[in-house]
Write a protein that binds this ligand. Structure first.
Ligand code: FAS
Ligand code: PHB
Length: 389
């Protein structure tokens, strides 16, 4: 097989990149390790920056989002049960869209099917070859048969546990990491959301987040020790703990019900530099991971795809390879700012086993700043609703 751009990974990064390149007349092949059903079974992100909304619309994958998504003009933060609102529109003139990543992936698949995309599912043993030449190759196993694809460029969109990042020689890459001493236990339930907008709750018992997917589908998280698994938290125990951590007036009205999904996600901050090597370019979780506190993971992936697709389109349309050469630096400038926002909000809102009284006072002062200062709220709102591409 031969194509212009080989894309490893059929998650949001890979599907969106393929869609944008195909819209520009550039040939792609997407190689995805799992089945389509498996990819669509994942429950991940829920909040879209406005830039992401506009990119999905331009990709022809925004109609259902515009019908079913919910525009939010603010969110709530609470500390020990006392809550205050951050008004995004008043602070920075922007909003966010609440619409699940699972639905985005479904919409991207539909757009790619309509475009006649070549997406190979159950592609196992994917390996990248000759990345430091002008004839890179990708090999894999499909239905037990060895396959090979020659291409001009390879996009590594295969997430944190993929093979692409590892294809950059260890001596050529630097990895930055912070692993947090707790996880997030998340549930999905067919219940009315706790409030009209998201609530990020700091509490002596640990962090909690009340989010949603639609008016009859709520998504909640509580901070748990890394040693905990979903089996340690029967639904009743989860709802009781969530109630303890939310503001009393919200907890009093909380509708509970059986969980339809329950999982524990570890939290880490991670960046690989550079995000390119030879003809390989990394996008999304393949290059960086943020703790979900700032709702940045999926949105950062979209930013990478915008930069890489623009660079590849310039290369094919006018022969200008300059943007490709500068892809990693351009993407990392935005990545590091979002990395810092996600890290700082995680440090502010969670209880750390090794924190002393001083660090706890710093957390209280940080929340006080957010509650009292228009300037601090503006910085939060600009970061949360999305840094410009
Ligand atoms: P993805 O990991 O989504 O997709 C990578 C794809 O590559 C997968 O389909 C995988 O099967 C495939 N793949 C992997 N290895 C391969 C190989 N060797 N060959 C071929 N294909 C391969 N972000 C938020 O903003 N909010 C959240 O609440 C949130 N919750 C999360 C919970 C979990 C458990 C995880 C893991 C992530 C969460 N994220 C969240 C971040 C998440 O939304 C990512 O940012 C987003 O999925 C990034 O998309 P991709 O870069 O496409 O990576
Ligand atoms: C979600 O709805 O899953 C969600 C929302 C905001 C976050 C993290 C997760 O910061």
């Amino acid at each position: 097989m031969r194509t212009e751009v080989a894309i490893i990974g059929g998650g949001p990064s890979g599907l969106l990149l393929s869609q944008r390149l195909m819209q520009a007349g550039i040939g792609t092949v997407v190689l995805e390790r799992q089945s389509r059903d498996h990819v669509l079974s994942r429950i991940r992100a829920g909040v879209l920056e406005w830039g992401t909304v506009e990119v999905l619309r331009a990709a022809g994958a925004g109609d259902r989002m515009d019908r079913e998504g919910q525009i939010h003009d603010g969110c709530w933060l609470s500390s020990e049960g006392e809550r205050f609102r951050i008004d995004f529109r008043a602070a920075c003139g922007r909003s966010v869209m609440v619409y699940g990543q699972t639905e985005i992936t479904r919409d991207l698949y539909a757009a790619q099917d309509a475009a006649g995309a070549v997406i190979v599912h159950r592609a196992t043993d994917v390996a990248l070859h000759d990345l430091d030449t002008d004839r890179p190759r990708v090999t894999w196993t499909e239905d037990g048969q060895p396959r090979e694809l020659t291409c001009d460029y390879v996009a590594g969109c295969d997430g944190f546990h993929g093979v692409s990042r590892q294809a950059i020689p260890a001596a050529a890459r630097t990895e930055y990491e912070r692993v947090y001493p707790f996880g997030w236990l998340g549930i999905l339930a067919r219940t009315r959301p706790a409030a009209d907008e998201l609530i990020y709750a700091a509490h002596a018992r640990g962090f909690a987040l009340s989010s949603m997917r639609n008016p009859r589908l709520s998504r909640h998280y509580i901070q748990v020790p890394l040693s905990d698994g979903p089996e340690d938290w029967p639904d009743a125990a989860f709802w009781d703990e969530l109630r303890r951590r939310l503001p009393a007036e919200v907890a009093a009205g909380l509708e509970i019900g059986p969980s339809i999904e329950k999982s524990v996600a570890p939290l880490r901050s991670f960046v690989c530099t550079p995000m390119q090597w030879g003809r390989l370019f990394l996008c999304g979780d393949a290059a960086h991971i943020v703790p979900p506190t700032g709702a940045k993971g999926l949105n950062l992936a979209v930013g990478d795809v915008v930069y890489l697709s623009e660079a590849l389109i310039a290369r094919y349309r006018s022969g200008d390879a300059g943007r490709l050469a500068g892809y990693s630096d351009r993407a990392l400038a935005r990545v590091w700012r979002a990395m810092r926002f996600s890290w700082s909000l995680t440090m502010l809102m969670h209880r750390f086993p090794d924190h002393d009284a001083w660090e706890r006072r710093m957390q209280d002062a940080g929340l006080d700043d957010l509650q009292r200062s228009d300037a601090v709220r503006r910085v939060f709102a600009e970061a949360y609703t999305g840094l410009p591409f």
